[in-house]
Write a protein that binds this ligand. Sequence first.
Ligand code: HEM
Length: 471
Amino acid sequence: MTSSPRPAAPIDPAPLRRGALGTADTRVPPGPQGPPLLGVGVQFQYDPLRRMTAWLREHGDVVHYRVGGTPWYLLGHPDDIASVLVGEHARYMKDELTHELARFVGRGLLTSEGSFWRRQRRIAAPSFQPRHLAGFAATMAERTQRMIATWPDASARDVHEDMMRLTLDIVLQTLFGAATIPDLDAVGDIVSLLMADFQQNFLTWRRLLPAWFNRDAIARIDDARDRLDVILYDIIRQRRAGADPENDGDLLGRLLAARDEDGSRMTDRQLRDEVATLFLAGHETTALALSYALHLLAHHPEVAERLHAEVDAVLDGGTAGLEHVARLPFTDAVVRETLRLYPPAWVIGREALEDCTIAGWRIPRGAQVLMPQWSVHRDPRWFDDPERFAPERWLDGLAERLPRFAYFPFGGGPRVCVGNHFANLEAVLALATLAQRFRVSPVGPIELSLLPSVTLRPKDGVVLRTERRSA
Ligand code: HEM
């Protein structure tokens, strides 16, 4: 008689902690030492992914360093990340770099704090619940089909460019509906320009310079933001003036219809900030997930074969829809594994609002705390053979065995990504639709040159060969 294999036990994160626990108020955790003034900030900037991972392995699960006068703490243990994002979340706010984003998204969900954020979240969140997303599934698959219909039978192309356009198209369709779609390229160009200037001026040492030195970039950012405002306010005005402004067929209609408990609604300014936030948070992140998935599939033909087999069997030549999603577990696993190895949000930051304690260490008020998905997702304590792209690892209940926050591509706690179900649905449907019609193969090496900006971007795009599959 054969006995069925026993399911693997959940991983207990506590005994696997690296480095010392804090013991006294006056001591600081170990960490890298850098030159005075800028501290290790310059080192960090030049290779943050490798640096963060190396510091966590070398110094332990709580790493301390200074940039200028500010203390920074890097966390590598899921329990400590849970404490910041969930248990003690009220004692932290978003970090200083996230607040810089307010320059062009205003006080939207991503950047606002306190009671203002709570109210906005309460109004917006219901629209992102899985049951409300059902209506968007058809748009997601249809826009993907429309895109690949323009692809030649065989070509070498930057699929990252394609995915950026696709997810912008989907976010615009689902936000505004077909009637008021603005010029896709104009919006895409503005968002790209904003992100590029933001990267150069606020995520590098340049942000330590007085504002005067960055005045040209700031003027460009302000100008691009003004051009985006013209488009957004125009859409909002047209919609309010239309016959059925609160039509719940798209997100703008739902945001217009949403009421807080006291019956109040969003002002035009709040709507503008939320819509700009959804553009920013919702389009590039999902495009990155899809681009990296295609890159990994191109370099792992055996995984691609399994994906094609699943998609062919489940879709049976038809259009991918909501009803197929639960029957596409391997497609879902490819998305999960991609988000593990290439998390578009590669680090989450917070600032301590008051003196806090993490793993026994005192974290002073004003300290910046970083929780890097990039490093935690590649930690051998939680993932066997962590550098290997192995979607099948997700098929036997790994998600339930993992410590909470060993895998957190969408963050967690009250500020968890409001679009996580949306992103997952979009990624699975777009990937299934792509894999149904095309196969991808490599053009360059498997190592991608990465640019850890607001999101984790490919420096030189993701160029692959795409080839139409025979019927
Ligand atoms: C693969 C795709 C995506 C990834 C990896 C991702 C990741 C994240 C993460 C990590 C956060 C939390 C940041 C923090 O705690 O500081 C976040 C927040 C957020 N995301 Fe996403 N996101 C994705 C797609 C989307 C989509 C499609 C939308 C909207 C359509 C969206 C809208 C937002 C918003 C509005 C917030 C702020 C929520 C709040 O603070 O209340 N995201 N996202």
